[in-house]
Structures are given as structure tokens and as C-alpha cells.
Design a protein around this ligand. Structure first.
Ligand code: AMP
Ligand code: GLY
Length: 417
């Protein structure tokens, strides 16, 4: 098969790495890819409107879409129209991530436990609703806001200011509608379910650290590291996540005529009253994907192909018995302002341990040098006999990477090490 992976981050390097190991794959292309994927696949720089044409001309059998934006823009719809299987939902299914109000309404319709909420386009009723809640207040831009559209306000004033900012265009069209929610208390767990619209296949659960600095301080990021399994990843919790949340969501999508093909990433809060849905993403998490790809032992192609073609029933998945972990090395200054172009060395040395794989996220090649070209730059992943063992290997490996302009959290999974 010829497989085309769309994206250029650590998630896509990890997907390509796993796909490349499949005996079913004869040719692997990544668009646009990064220096990491260049080592295992052919990178092709395609514009959004060139993907379908390339896939047809080059006899691509399956397109795997990494990020949400191409899905939100209808890439899966266009591929479907051209008869090319796509791992990733069509635009209607992608609304689970692109519209928080769509997601909340669907959850309510399906009886999925989630935070109480209301949706507003005007400030006055939004502020009145705030007064019926107690602090902290959760305010969300309805649309995609590059991971920055959720504000947890500690006080009423901050909450009101947030509403004013969002409704007056802080995130453009994405924040013309806001969702205000009840604050959920508990521990977060991310559950990844691959589906062809009917059959669900559990791809694993992971926990991620979102704040930039140690002790969960500093600004929110896309994720600075994580591990799988997690202490919350028990058969009972996973069963509850599927029976109460993921399965009813899929059924509700189907009732609306939406055949969802791809991964459902359920962000859950494990509360005293059981799991509650925080959000859905319609793609793998980054950096959670990197961790899952290290934990899955079997070939993933039957699952990705089965999901994309409606033939997932009967496909299984096998995991390594123990754990996998990941730490993100980011450019100093991320997630705010940072410089590009600093030189990175030592990746080979870091990978001297057979259990370590370094995935590239924001790197570039300048002549013979590997340089930093983004915020989150490298993912150091490792497998181990326990979460602690995997994390220790990540940290030993990260210490061998020679990149003074980079930083990482030193306390990923601290309680488990
Ligand atoms: P989201 O983009 O919806 O996942 O929100 C980003 C982060 O905000 C989540 O991972 C949670 O940490 C937090 N969050 C979102 N909604 C809530 C809520 N209702 N209660 C508590 N925390 C929340
Ligand atoms: N790591 C969180 C996300 O990918 O949304």
C-alpha cells in the first residue's frame, strides 16, 4: 500500500514511524513532514488543494490526517468524493472539535455526562448566567482557537472580561459564540478510540501535562509530556468511558447521519461521580500519540485501514505489557515568543538506549545542521517496565541532547517515578 500522512509535527512523525514498520506498507509519503519523517518516508510539500490530486496521481491507498485543521476544512470529504480512503472524519464529524456547542448539544442529546453549560452570543445574558454559578468559571470560545480558547477564570471580574474579549472578536469568528460551563473537579484522562463509525477499538489512554513549567506553573501549552497507561487507566474506568460516553456519542452521530471514521479523542474528567466528558478532539493528541505509538506492539495498519474503510469489526490491537512515556523539549520562550534557528545535536546519542526514540516536532535542516524551527521541537519517548522506568529513560536520553536553547519540564509523572 501507498500511505500518505498529512502533517508536520511530532504526532505525525510518530504515526509515520509506526506505519513504516508495517509489512503492508510499500511506500510512505508525508506532507509536508519534517526532518524526522524524511529519514523514514518521502516528504512532499503539498498545498491543501494539491493533496487529492497527488493522492490520485500517486495511487495513494490511504490518507492519514494528523491535525484537525485539514479535517475542519473538509479534506476527508474531498478524499471521499475522489474514492480515496481517509483516516479522519468528514467535516460534519469534525464538528465535535470545531464547535463546542455542537459537541455539548450532541452530548446532551445522547445522555453523556458532561459539565452543565449554556451557549451565548451576547454578553448580558452570559454574565447573568455566570451569577448562577460559583467560581472558578469555565469560558470557552465555540470554535477552533489553536488550543487557547478555554479560560478558567478564578473570579467574576476576570470571567466577565473574558466574555467581553471573546465576544468582541479575540479569536475572530471562533469566539463569536461562547460556551460557559460548570467547573469539573477531578483528574483528567485522555481516552483514544479508533472507529469506522460503528465498531470501536480502544487505542489506549494517556495523561498529559499541559502547563509549560514544573509544578504545573506557567502558561498552558499543547502538552509538555505524558505517559501511558496511567493510574486511572483501569478496566473499570475504561469500560465506563466507553459505555457512558464514547459509545453513546458514536450512536448519536450515526443518528444524525454522520459516519465517523478516524480517532475519537475523549478528554475526560474522572470525578467523584464517575467520568465526565470535557471535550472531544477528532485527531490524536500531541504528544499523546507519540506515547501510544510506542505502546502499541501490533501492526496498526489493519486498524487504520479498517476504520477508514468501514471494516474495523474483528480487528484487534496488542500493547506492550508495560509503559511508555514522552517528554517534550521546547524552545525557551514557548508558548509565547521564541527564537528559531538554534542548533540541535546529540539525538543519535540519546537514542543509544534501544528503548528510546526521539520524534521531531518543530525541527528544520539548515545545511548539515538540525535546527529548532518551532515551539515544541523534540519528543523524547521511551518504553519501560513501569511508568517511572520509562520516564527515567526519557530523562536520561534528554540529558544527552545538546541544545542549550531548549527546555523541558523535569517533573512529568513525578508522583510515579
Ligand atoms: P478543552 O480545550 O475543552 O479541553 O479545555 C482545555 C482544558 O481546560 C482541559 O484539558 C481542562 O484542563 C480544562 N477544562 C475545560 N473544561 C473544563 C471544565 N468544565 N472543568 C474543569 N476544567 C476544564
Ligand atoms: N495534548 C493535547 C492535545 O493534543 O490536544
Amino acid at each position: 500500500m501507498h500511505i500518505l500522512v498529512i502533517g508536520n509535527g511530532g504526532r505525525e512523525h510518530a504515526l509515520a514511524w509506526k506505519v513504516a514498520s508495517s509489512p503492508l506498507v510499500k511506500r510512505l509519503t508525508v506532507a509536508p513532514g519534517n526532518p524526522g519523517t524524511a529519514g523514514i518516508a518521502e516528504n512532499v510539500d503539498l498545498k491543501a488543494d494539491e493533496i487529492v490530486g497527488f493522492a490520485k496521481a500517486e495511487n495513494v491507498n490511504l490518507v492519514i490526517v494528523g491535525p484537525e485543521v485539514p479535517l475542519a476544512n473538509g479534506l476527508a470529504d474531498d478524499l471521499q468524493a475522489a474514492g480515496i480512503p481517509c483516516f479522519g472524519p468528514t467535516k460534519d464529524g469534525a464538528q465535535l472539535e470545531t464547535s463546542k456547542s455542537f459537541m455539548k448539544d450532541l452530548a446532551a442529546e445522547a445522555g453523556v455526562p458532561t459539565a452543565q453549560y449554556q451557549t451565548f452570543t451576547d454578553a448580558a445574558p452570559a454574565k447573568a448566567f455566570l451569577r448562577s454559578l460559583s467560581a472558578p468559571y469555565v469560558i470557552k470560545a465555540d470554535g477552533l482557537a489553536a488550543g487557547k480558547g478555554v479560560i478558567i477564570a478564578q473570579g467574576l471580574q476576570e470571567a466577565e472580561d473574558t466574555i467581553d474579549n471573546m465576544l468582541s472578536g479575540q479569536f475572530g469568528a471562533a469566539s463569536q459564540t461562547v460556551v460557559i460551563e460548570e467547573f469539573l473537579r477531578g483528574t483528567e484522562l485522555s481516552v483514544f478510540a479508533v472507529t469506522d463509525g460503528e465498531t470501536l477499538l480502544h487505542f489506549g489512554a494517556a495523561q498529559d501535562h499541559k502547563r509549560a513549567f514544573d509544578n504545573d506553573e506557567g502558561p498552558n501549552t499543547g502538552g509538555m509530556g505524558g505517559f501511558s497507561p496511567t493510574p486511572l487507566d483501569t478496566p473499570e474506568n475504561i469500560e465506563a468511558a466507553y459505555s457512558q460516553i464514547i459509545r453513546p456519542t458514536l450512536d448519536a452521530l450515526r443518528k444524525r447521519g454522520i459516519t465517523y471514521r478516524g480517532v475519537l479523542y475523549a478528554g475526560l474528567m474522572m470525578t467523584a461521580d464517575g467520568p465526565k466528558l470535557i471535550e472531544y478532539n477528532v485527531r490524536f493528541g500531541d504528544p499523546e500519540c507519540q506515547i501510544l505509538m510506542r505502546r502499541i506492539r501490533s501492526d496498526i495498519m489493519p486498524a487504520l485501514w479498517g476504520a477508514a474503510t468501514g471494516r474495523l469489526a474483528g480487528v484487534g490491537l496488542d500493547f506492550i505489557p508495560n509503559a511508555a512515556a514522552n517528554i517534550v523539549i521546547a524552545t525557551r520562550g514557548y508558548p509565547d515568543k521564541y527564537e528559531k534557528g538554534s542548533i540541535i545535536a546529540g539525538i543519535k546519542l540519546a537514542e543509544a538506549d534501544r528503548d528510546v526514540v526521539v520524534f521531531h516536532a518543530g525541527t528544520a535542516l539548515e545545511g548539515d545542521h538540525l535546527t529548532a524551527a518551532g515551539g515544541r521541537v523534540l519528543n523524547v519517548t521511551a518504553t519501560g517496565t513501569s511508568i517511572g522506568d520509562a520516564l527515567n529513560k526519557c530523562y536520561d536520553a534528554a540529558a544527552k541532547i545538546d541544545w542549550p536553547e531548549g527546555f523541558y519540564r523535569t517533573d512529568i509523572g513525578k508522583a510515579l517515578r
